[in-house]
Design a protein around this ligand. Structure first.
Ligand SMILES: [Zn+2]
Length: 555
């Protein structure tokens, strides 16, 4: 934000206004924060539910200015994985930006059972703050449940709060967790009848004028139009047939086939929220991100700013239609255009070679299990009712009560500690007995106890991933792992959450200032991203970072 002082330096350097050593002195004085070595702007892009193979499957259909520009000019980490379970959106965004895992940053799920208050909590929920930009409670959000800093926080601390941070996403958690604790702002999209970008009193008490103007424009309304394929659907040979039995679709339309009349469908699909589940949700995000760059003067001086953009529409489309659908393919071809538009905007407004971008995902997704089963790949659905009945009868027979279990969520069983004590039982014995019982159930492949997680150190396998996702204060007593490609979900659409490759293997691309051109098959993990950006900026690593800087991507 010290635009003037930088201008003075430049003016002195390029005019004969001072003696050589005066220029050097000024440079020295300002060089701590004002460095030509650093990018003016770091743009972090998270694509929600982007599997690695979307980069390769759709490569020939992508243009040169989006994903392929990052690959052709930047660095492609082709073997990049999440290194913890569960692979959900909240933990994913937190891990990308904090450089660590739920074990350390504490975001163990999107929602989880709070052992102290004995209620379910939301990763970004915060009732101590209020909505800004809507009367709805959708703005009661903050990053306070995230227990460590993001690299954006470290950049704020390093630059004496002069480098800005702004987080943007359709999803509140996709904007809030990346931007961190010290962000100037995080904005997310509130659909329903409003179609507005909102925030919370954690950041400000009133929306800036540019956000009000953006909300007052017809931007969101302009996307309630027909959604048809970008190119002739017959050319979409990289995805399954449009009409099949593996897709959900929208209320008010019998078949999940193109085209979709979004204006008409919005009535039965929560108004503007429908846009989130179409590629136009990503276009809306891009429009808003470009408006933020302009209005907030991001990347306009040598003090690095951070813009965290998360594209969420891809996740809604994947959940609804499945990873092999024409709808997913079209959503990625259109996202590629949005990225091209964003990069061109950055070239013009920040300057080619003056900004650095990384792109990754918050998790992958499994192919629709009913589709996999139809082509003979072992896959299917967990029978939750059967499990529940068997488990309750086990609890009644063994302990004389079901109350010994307080809650089950995110594949974890939470015990009632008071009950265990009242029955004169040892906690680890109850954990072991429940683990042994659950292991005998259909489609359960592994079971671990909290005691094992706390007393044994695992360095490989799913055990290591579970341990990285295990937070002693917040996680449950028994951890369940389903068989590969078996999910608790509808029979249509894709989901995610496991430690298997379909959920962990995601893109990691870097490009722009300070980034080498190249590619690697060496394994990288999500927590490596934040230390890499910290190293590039010469700032402290996020305070809980456990990843390592990827020195080979830095020029
Ligand atoms: Zn999802």
């Amino acid at each position: 934000m010290k635009k003037m002082s930088f201008l003075i330096v430049v003016l002195c350097m390029f005019s004969a206004c001072g003696a050589q050593n005066t220029t050097t002195d000024i440079k020295k004085k300002t060089s701590v924060l004002v460095s030509n070595d650093r990018p003016k702007l770091v743009v972090g892009i998270v694509v929600d539910q982007m599997r690695y193979d979307y980069l390769t499957r759709f490569e020939s259909k992508f243009g040169d200015g989006g994903f392929n520009r990052m690959i052709n000019e930047g660095f492609n980490c082709k073997n990049n994985h999440f290194n913890y379970v569960p692979t959900y959106t909240g933990p994913g965004h937190a891990s990308v930006y904090t450089g660590t895992t739920p074990k350390t940053h504490g975001i163990i799920g999107n929602n989880w059972y709070d052992k102290e208050t004995k209620e379910s909590v939301y990763c970004a929920g915060d009732q101590s703050v209020s909505s800004v930009g809507t009367e709805d409670d959708a703005g009661e959000m903050s990053p306070r449940r995230m227990q460590t800093t993001s690299f954006a926080d470290e950049n704020r601390l390093f630059t004496q709060m002069q480098g800005k941070t702004i987080g943007i996403s359709l999803k509140d958690r996709g904007a809030i967790l990346p931007a961190g604790h010290t962000a100037n702002a995080a904005y997310w999209f509130h659909g329903r009848g409003e179609g507005a970008w909102i925030t919370s009193s954690f950041y400000m008490n009133d929306l800036p004028q540019w956000v009000k103007d953006f909300n007052a424009s017809d931007n969101a309304a302009s996307y309630l139009k027909e959604w048809n394929t970008l190119y002739d659907i017959s050319t979409y040979t990289e995805s399954g047939v449009d009409e099949n039995t593996f897709e959900g679709g929208f209320k008010g339309k019998e078949k999940a086939t193109f085209p979709y009349d979004l204006k008409a469908l919005s009535k039965d699909n929560r108004g503007y929220d429908l846009l989130k589940a179409t590629p136009y949700g990503n276009s809306l995000t891009t429009d808003f991100a470009m408006a933020a760059i302009e209005a907030e003067n991001l990347g306009q001086d040598q003090i690095t700013d951070v813009l965290a953009v998360s594209y969420s529409a891809t996740d809604y489309v994947g959940h609804n239609f499945g990873v092999n659908s024409k709808e997913v393919q079209d959503t990625y071809l259109r996202l590629d255009k949005d990225l091209e538009r964003l990069f061109q905007y950055l070239d013009t407004n920040v300057g080619k070679g003056e900004y650095t971008v990384f792109l990754t995902a918050d998790h992958g997704a499994v192919d629709v299990p009913s589709y996999l089963a139809s082509v003979k790949v072992p896959a299917g659905y967990v029978d939750r009712t059967d499990r529940k009945e068997r488990f309750n009868s086990f609890l009644n027979t063994t302990y004389g009560t079901e109350d010994i279990v307080e809650h089950i969520s995110n594949g974890q069983i939470f015990l009632n500690r008071d009950k265990v004590q009242a029955l004169g039982l040892k906690l680890s014995d109850v954990q072991d007995a429940i683990a042994m019982e659950y292991l005998s159930y259909k489609n359960i492949s592994k079971v671990y106890t909290a005691t094992t997680m706390s007393t044994t150190s695992f360095s490989i396998g799913v055990e290591n991933l579970l341990q990285n996702g295990f937070n002693q204060k917040r996680s449950g007593d028994v951890i369940l792992v389903n068989d590969t490609s078996f999910i608790s979900y509808n029979k249509t659409g894709s989901t995610h959450g496991s430690g298997l490759n379909y959920d962990t293997h995601v893109p990691l691309l870097f490009f722009g200032k300070g980034i080498k051109h190249g590619e690697t098959f060496d394994k990288t993990v999500i927590p490596d991203i934040a230390p890499t950006i910290s190293a590039l900026l010469g700032i402290s690593f996020p305070n809980g970072a456990t990843g390592q800087p990827l020195g080979f991507v830095i020029d």
